[in-house]
Design a protein around this ligand. Structure first.
Ligand code: PHE
Length: 346
């Protein structure tokens, strides 16, 4: 009786060994037959009780062998068939087919214009100075001749840093002026590009975050004529050789005298009419002679040195250059808008 059952196990092992599943389907049938939940080995485990005690161990081992043989055979065949299937699939791949195109991004119009402004001023000897966006009150306001309670602080609504009443997000790149003038000696000739922040209601004309480029030139004998000629040079490089500018008297705490610079935009269409409020002129920046008080605050002898400074909004230049109607478009990240400013590679 017992030897009969042993014989059944041996037969089963032989059967498993001689099985030759030749494809995935046959292999699956093999798996179900010898390893599935209703496999052929299982019922033999039930025969254990008919095996004399002293043979139970051998019988158990024989059953385990059957299971192991089935498992090993299954794994080996599966690996073989999978590899063959992969090779078949690979043979189908056309290595000469053109690649899938993937879209490269394009440069943001603000970056394009920023680089252009930097490039224009680099050509006449201005070096780029970059500074922090989280600034202290002194560099952003006080050194720039805007002490606390000065009404001019209301001109720029400020984001302060919670828990640090002395720290703020710079409201203009003019903070770089004080950073540079306290660390460098004249002659100073820098432009400072970067982000600035103002707590303003977002509209087509203003945003809580935008970009500026600041310019600063401090040396002996720097005059208002130098400033005007520099700005005319800039306007012609930026907006074409026929570009026209005008300076209107204005006020900034850190320059004296101060001016607003307009560029002629024209009245060609309704958009131009609306943009310029019917004047044809568009403001592009603020400027002026560095106030002697600012030089003194920063440790520069205002008897010996004079300087000029200007600050322009980059989005503003981009709006004029590309005739964009709404400043919010620069921050919405709509690729249909952004892709128009560069040759698209795809
Ligand atoms: N900081 C001024 C602003 O943000 C611009 C400015 C810069 C004016 C330098 C004069 C000189 O409006």
């Amino acid at each position: 009786m017992a030897s009969d059952i042993f014989g059944q196990v041996q037969d089963l092992i032989q059967e498993i060994k001689s099985a030759t599943p030749a494809n995935q389907e046959e292999l699956e049938r093999f798996r179900i037959m010898y390893l599935g939940s209703k496999n052929k080995i299982k019922p033999l485990f039930g025969q254990m009780r008919n095996v004399p005690n002293e043979q139970k161990r051998d019988f158990g081992q024989a059953l385990n062998e059957a299971k192991n043989v089935a498992e090993e055979k299954y794994e080996a065949l599966k690996a073989q068939l999978d590899a063959a299937a992969f090779e078949d699939a690979a043979a189908e791949i056309d290595l000469t087919a053109p690649g899938e195109p993937f879209r490269l991004g394009t440069r943001h119009p603000v970056s394009i214009v920023m680089d252009e402004v930097i490039d224009i001023f680099s050509r006449i000897g201005f070096a780029v100075a970059e500074e922090r966006e989280i600034e202290d009150d002194w560099h952003n306001f006080t050194a720039m001749n805007t002490p606390e309670d000065h009404p001019a602080r209301d001109m720029q609504d400020t984001f302060y840093i919670k828990g640090f009443p002395n720290m703020l997000l710079r409201t203009h790149t003019s903070s770089v002026q004080s950073r540079v003038m306290t660390t460098q000696k004249p002659p100073i000739r820098i432009i400072a590009p970067g982000r600035v922040y103002r707590n303003e209601t977002i509209s087509a004309r203003s945003h809580c975050q935008f970009h500026q480029v600041e310019g600063l030139y401090v040396d002996e004998g720097v005059s208002f004529a130098d400033l005007k000629q520099t700005l005319l040079y800039f306007a012609r490089e930026m907006y074409g050789k026929d570009a026209r500018i005008r300076l209107r008297p204005s006020y900034f705490p850190f320059t004296e005298p101060s001016a607003e610079v307009d560029v002629y935009y024209g009245l060609a269409d309704e958009h131009a009419y609306r943009m310029t409020k019917g004047t044809g002129w568009l403001e592009i920046m603020g400027c002026g002679m560095v106030d002697p008080a600012v030089l003194q605050n920063c440790g520069i002898d205002s008897e010996k040195y004079t300087g000029f400074a200007f600050g322009m909004g980059i989005e503003r230049q981009a709006i004029i250059k590309y005739r964009v109607h709404d400043i919010r478009m620069f921050f919405e990240n709509d690729v249909r808008f952004l892709r128009q400013f560069n040759k698209v590679v795809s």
